[in-house]
Design a protein around this ligand. Sequence first.
Ligand SMILES: Nc1ncnc2c1ncn2[C@@H]1O[C@H](COP(=O)(O)OP(=O)(O)O)[C@@H](O)[C@H]1O
Ligand SMILES: [Mg+2]
Length: 383
Amino acid sequence: MNATPSSSDFILQVEHLSMKFGGLVAIGDLSFQARRGEITALIGPNGAGKTTVFNCITGFYKPTEGMITLNKRDGSTYLLERLPNHEIPARANVARTFQNIRLFSGMTLLENLLVAQHNKLMKASGYTFLGLFGFPSYRQASAESIELARHWLEKANLVDRADDPAGDLPYGAQRRLEIARAMCTGPELLCLDEPAAGLNPRESAALNELLMDIKNSTSILLIEHDMSVVMQISDHVVVLEYGRKISDGSPQTVRTDPRVIAAYLGVDDEEVQEVLVEVGDEDVIEQLDTGPDSVHGPGNSASMMVGPVSDTVEHADEGERVTVSKGASKAAQVDARAASIAGKPQSAAKPATKSSTAKAAPKKPAAKETASKPTAGKPGGRK
Ligand SMILES: Nc1ncnc2c1ncn2[C@@H]1O[C@H](COP(=O)(O)OP(=O)(O)O)[C@@H](O)[C@H]1O
Ligand SMILES: [Mg+2]
């Protein structure tokens, strides 16, 4: 059981991925792996680069550097960064949903799911109008498409509304329909961008149930902001901050990682307290007991400009002190803080987190940004 995993155990391998937009480094040297049959969550504050990672995986962006390998069940391997983007769903069998729901709101639920199978139906029609005249292969494909649509409507608990316009559905049901639509393309990897954002607890529970069901047949890569969703259903969590990976492991490992709590949960002090109480980790609570953020005012953007880096790590009597200049890049701040934490035993991490390093960590700016979009997992947070 403890044999070293081979590459075929991983549906997705991301290696040294970088994405730059002009001078802005949205992702910097990111590597992680997603295991087949698992739910891998990609989390991090707003602007951390999560959607950009998805856009690279699904071919919307061509990465500046790096390799994205998809290993299919049949043993075939695809380098996604080299595939034309329209071939990624069709050949590599990667499907995605978007941060903002994209459905045909005037079409019925069933029609939405049939449109998703358009390619299959066109192929069966021989790319001609013969399908309209009952070409046998077309009839067969058409019956199969309806059956598949019905299957996913049932799984999404939407079969009763199959003939209603998608636009009439409540928000949580629209999210599930979007996922059902992605599943109708027969993906091996399903990429979901913040599916729980703006859902109420009941809708969130229904979503979790659907995802746990999908996991039986399809690997899932999930961007999520709502920690309760991540903790409940993920097998593996990768944490990003300013385009850099700051933690990678089981939900339990990640939730008690001081860097994650400082960087990610720092967006909301109340949420930090809630999670810490839940975790019951007094040591971490103490590490985060820092003063107000003097380095990063609310006006700071979460984007990470390449610029002069003048961060320094000094060894002082009271412990290691990291100085982060205002002009330093955000990536350099993350790296400096990571170096500070990595360079000392856990118990010695306290002075560093209480220094300017720690004060740079709680993301007051991110909190402001979060407020401008639906607060994930909180009722009424939808647009
Ligand atoms: N097409 C683009 N052009 C320029 N900058 C972009 C583009 N897409 C994303 N970014 C920037 O990349 C950074 C990461 O964005 P994004 O991946 O959307 O973050 P997240 O999904 O984690 O909130 C942000 O600073 C964002 O402004
Ligand atoms: Mg995003």
